[in-house]
Write a protein that binds this ligand. Structure first.
Ligand code: TNX
Length: 546
């Protein structure tokens, strides 16, 4: 009897040991290949962080040492190395051009002796750093010194690479304005999840958020709205008080964000909406509308009929001037020009627009919109940039080099891919994080819809009616965070996380390797990381019943 008790307890110990082992690799997004190994490595005060390769490898090594310092109190030495093998008590980042792999791919080996990350590109080294970070105890995220913790990394062999080259998250700062610190935190969270694009939606009917030196009224007038309808917007806890609401980023601040993101291998793609969603700009410069105004910065949500006049040359001068300043701040290959939800009522009444339609041989206002987008594209192409537009830019004919962001489902994206255009999938059916993630009766006010985490996770960008050749045009995925009903930063976080974790994994991990149950389990431990980072996430994720 005693013997059987002994065997039973030995089995229990073994089992719990196994359980713990599988809990040690709670990575989000999960790597393409992960081989668990026995043992672990502990970072201590004599650990050396070394690098080999371009100065970017030094940058990543230094970034890793800087990252772990506040929580661990360890001030690790960072130095160049000639050795490309794993060296005892070293965390080594090696950039090796002879390795195979797409941008962002990397290999990571952790043994009881040390850590080795290899990649043919600095982005891959940075992602290796993010993986090490996620393998470490959640306390490493603390900004304050954490005592009595072993900075242990479980032994592992990882070979990893992103499935899609574009993995983005968007933020609408037009409907509500968010402070610089929050934008940085938002970018930090992108980096943690190996996302590489921050789509900054900077202009809206309800507010223009970027300083443009040539047009000072954009920050004086277009950046603020009167909220005289107290409580009308009915948002969350906040009572609107009829005061001026708004704000904008100075060019210096915008540059600071671009640099902050670049340091995390993230590209900022700015969006300047045209020809619609432009009422705030018209309030500042009424001559740019079809009627001449006066206009006011919108203080309700919706789609507004006052748009840039397509028949007025001054509109193109204005937009080109704005885009020149935008290009100077944002080095991204892409500039997002909006293109969505542009009602045509004004254009159909406006003599200048009618004249333009005639002159350009447009048979209707949709073709006039196409003329508008083509013209802006031509200007940006001449300056070495490419445009991204919402899927409405398909109407009336796509501009020749445009990339399409498919938001009204996936149809627009498929059509664009068939026409040989690149596509970013951001369908409102799966990636609109302004939709409810739980029973609406139990949640603060959101725009509507119902989009639980499991549905976000289930999305397959490649499912659909495309040939293999056409499907190559789907370059990636993006989550959108429209903020009509998100007046405060912590509410933005609540709506964004953990659903953005699912988007990160959809963009990263091959569809065949995705497993919602395993993902939900990994998240439970990922949440401890969020707790340390002070992220206000939605924590009622139900474990799927197995
Ligand atoms: C549609 S998505 C919009 C936004 C709204 C959003 C609300 C897109 C290109 N336009 O202006 O904020 O719906 O879900």
């Amino acid at each position: 009897k005693q013997l059987s008790m002994l065997i039973l307890s030995a089995m229990l110990i073994l089992e719990s040991g196994c359980e713990q082992k599988s809990n040690e690799y709670n990575l989000v997004p999960y790597p393409q290949q992960l081989k668990a190994q026995q043992g672990s490595f502990t970072i201590n005060e004599s650990t050396i962080v070394s690098y080999q390769g371009s100065e970017n490898s030094q940058f990543v090594a230094q970034a890793f040492a800087d990252f772990i310092k506040p929580a661990t109190g360890l001030q690790l030495q960072v130095e160049a190395t000639e050795n490309s093998e794993l060296v005892k008590n070293t965390v080594c980042f090696i950039e090796d051009a002879t390795l195979e792999g797409v941008e962002g791919s990397y290999q990571l080996v952790v043994t009881k002796d040390g850590i080795l990350v290899k990649s043919n590109n600095p982005v891959g080294l940075f992602y290796g750093f993010q993986t090490i970070r996620q393998l470490m105890p959640a306390e490493v995220e603390s900004k304050e010194l954490v005592k009595n913790t072993d900075w242990t990394v479980p032994a592992v062999e990882i070979t990893d690479a992103p499935n899609f080259s574009y993995r983005g998250l968007h933020l609408d700062v037009g409907r509500h304005f968010f402070p610089m610190d929050f934008i940085k935190k938002y970018i930090d969270l992108l980096a943690l999840h190996k996302m590489n694009v921050f789509h900054w939606h900077l202009t809206e009917d309800q507010g223009w958020r970027l300083e443009i030196k040539k047009y000072p009224k954009l920050s004086k007038v277009a950046a603020f709205r009167d909220e005289t309808l107290v409580g009308h917007l009915g948002v969350g806890e906040r009572q609107y008080d009829g005061k001026r609401y708004g704000g904008y980023y100075t060019q210096e601040e915008a540059r600071e964000i671009v640099q902050y993101a670049a340091d995390r291998f993230i590209t900022v793609i700015p969006e300047i909406e045209l020809p619609g969603h432009a009422q705030a700009a018209l309030a500042a410069y009424p001559g740019l509308g079809c009627t001449g105004g006066p206009y006011e910065v919108a203080k309700e949500w919706g789609v507004f009929k006052e748009v840039y006049c397509a028949g007025n040359e001054e509109v193109f001068t204005f937009l080109e001037d704005v885009l020149v300043e935008v290009m100077d701040i944002f080095p991204s290959k892409y500039i997002h020009i909006g293109g969505d939800e542009c009602p045509k009522a004004r254009w159909n009444e406006c003599p200048k627009c009618k004249k333009r339609m005639q002159a350009e041989g447009c048979k209707d206002a949709h073709e006039l919109q196409s003329y508008f987008i083509h013209r802006i594209e031509k200007f940006l192409n001449a300056n070495g940039r490419d445009i991204i537009g919402w899927d409405e830019i398909l109407e009336g004919g796509l501009a020749p080099n445009a990339t399409v962001m498919s938001w009204r489902g996936i149809k627009g994206g498929e059509e664009a891919a068939k026409q040989g255009h690149n596509v970013i999938m951001t369908p409102n059916t799966h990636f609109y994080l302004d939709y409810y993630q739980n029973n609406p009766q139990k949640e603060p006010l959101a725009i509507g819809g119902y989009l639980p985490l499991s549905k976000v996770y289930s999305y397959d960008p490649m499912a659909g009616d495309l040939t293999a050749e056409e499907a190559k045009h789907i370059i990636g995925v993006q989550g959108n965070v429209w903020t009509e009903y998100m007046p405060e930063s912590d509410y933005v976080e609540y709506m964004t996380y953990p659903r953005a974790c699912a988007i990160a994994e959809v963009g990263w991990l091959d569809f065949s390797k995705r497993d919602y149950e395993a993902f939900a389990r990994r998240l439970q431990s990922h949440f401890q990381r969020f707790d340390m980072m002070g992220v206000n996430y939605f924590d009622k994720v139900l474990m799927p019943s197995s």
